[in-house]
Design a protein. Structure first.
Length: 419
């Protein structure tokens, strides 16, 4: 079969949820999902896997088991778009045409954008929860002291909070294991502040103080010197450098000129640079930054009304998370239903909602929920359930992350049920 009413590219969080919710609206819809992978991952739990508090195996399910019933699974990789002819090309299954297209390919890791990073990851010199959280856990357990350096790239990344969550967990782990005085935990970020939402930022600054973490804003990683175990950073705003770096300071940090900073490390965790998949980046569907060029409130493509894009691949100025996908899917589904009924896709109600469960230690978490304007907007349903102020740390939030959210993901979100 080479034509479908609705063709979805990507069977990750967004693709499966969209198809499942569409079928709940109308079980007779003719839907296919193009997805090459045999396995589907619950990635949010990788933060806990990296800290030894969750089993990796529990984050993995067979794609076959989560494919909504009634969907054709095209086990292949999409390779190109021809939106004028409503056509998607694939690696092995030829061209597939559609009435409506949903692009939900997620994003890809691009470690090559930092010099030395591909090799550092390959040789185990650097670890990353984004690639192999079990290796992070092994690295933490083998750490004997010195600089534990945590950083993130200048590109957009999925779950922007993940690079700092593992820093807090590591600091807590070192504290619990008698390494507190031997470890310098450093969190270096190209960002200007620890978190964009004011209420959460205040909590996180307390957390940073509690652990004695060296917080370094304006640090953009650009090269990893594997041999000498040094990360080279560019200072992104030399004029705003409030903390002057002394030669041979406690961390062994060195500054060359105005912008070149070298930080030695004994362990290194980082989020690799990330981008939309190449075939999306290079297509007519992408915006200047390479992400799918969709309306920020309806997720409808700006040029092609029968194409929608959501999830990590979408060019939406909010945090790329599964929580954001949860709020985007009903809007996309509603718009698809309208288009199929020959109406216009006029649901523009997505307000940029995203959330980030900021784990701040074992048994501790604060929940950042926000919109395009970085307003703190706690979900009223959740607020009623949890009772307390979610901008503060609470063990109940951690339990929600460890047990509640995975349950909701597999049993509600993946099945197209309302959550
Ligand atoms: P994905 O779920 O990644 O799915 C994309 C799918 O598209 C994949 O299955 C892929 O195989 C497929 N695909 C790719 N290329 C092609 C192609 N050419 N053809 C066909 N199919 C293709 N989110 C939260 O909400 N809370 C968290 O706490 C959280 N923590 C995170 C921690 C880590 C370490 C990581 C890595 C992620 C975290 N996330 C979190 C982010 C969350 O997992 C993603 O935002 C979410 O999965 C995005 O869904 P998606 O469908 O856009 O992409």
């Amino acid at each position: 079969k080479s034509h479908y009413q609705i063709l979805v590219i990507g069977g990750g969080t967004a693709g499966i949820m969209t198809a499942a919710q569409m079928l709940r609206k109308n079980a007779k819809l003719d839907i296919a999902i193009i997805e090459p992978s045999e396995t589907h991952y619950y990635q949010p739990a990788w933060t806990l896997v990296g800290a030894g508090d969750y089993e990796f195996d529990k984050t993995v399910r067979a794609t076959a088991d989560i494919m909504p019933k009634g969907v054709d699974w095209i086990k292949d990789r999409a390779t190109g778009f021809d939106p004028e002819n409503n056509l998607v090309s694939t690696l092995e299954s030829g061209n597939i045409t559609y009435d409506y297209l949903v692009v939900a390919t997620g994003l890809v890791m691009e470690p090559g954008m930092i010099k030395g990073l591909p090799e550092a990851l390959e040789q185990g010199v650097a670890c990353s929860n984004y690639i192999n959280p079990e290796h992070t856990w092994e690295t933490l357990r083998n750490f004997k002291g010195g600089n534990a350096l945590f950083t993130q790239p200048t590109t957009p990344i999925k779950c922007g909070g993940a690079p700092q969550k593992i820093a807090y967990l590591a600091a807590d782990y070192f504290r619990k294991n008698g390494l507190k005085d031997k470890a310098n935990v450093i969190f270096a970020t190209p960002g200007t502040v620890i978190f964009g939402v004011k209420e959460i930022r205040e909590t996180l600054m307390h957390v940073i103080d509690r652990y004695g973490i060296h917080f370094k804003p304006f640090y953009a990683p650009k090269e990893i010197d594997i041999e000498n175990r040094i990360v080279h950073f560019s200072h992104t705003a030399p004029d705003e450098n409030t903390c002057v770096i002394n030669e041979d300071n406690d961390l062994g940090e060195k500054m060359y000129g105005d912008v070149d900073i070298h930080v030695p490390f004994d362990m290194l965790h980082l989020a690799p640079p990330q981008a939309a998949p190449k075939f999306v980046r290079e297509s007519v569907l992408s915006n200047d930054a390479g992400w799918l060029d969709v309306d920020h409130h309806s997720m409808q493509h700006k040029k092609y009304p029968n194409i929608f894009g959501l999830g990590d691949v979408a060019g939406l100025p909010t945090a790329k998370t599964g929580a954001a996908v949860r709020k985007q899917v009903p809007v996309v589904v509603d718009n698809l239903v309208k288009l199929m009924a020959d109406k216009t896709a006029d649901n523009h109600s997505y307000n940029g909602y995203s959330s980030c469960p900021l784990v701040t230690g074992y048994g501790k978490m604060t929940l950042a929920e926000f919109d395009y304007k970085n307003n703190f907007i706690p979900d009223p349903k959740l607020k009623r359930m949890l009772v307390f102020n979610s901008a503060k740390e609470h063990w109940r939030l951690y339990m929600f992350k460890k047990y509640g959210l995975p349950y909701l993901y597999w049993n509600k979100m993946m099945k197209g049920k309302k959550v």
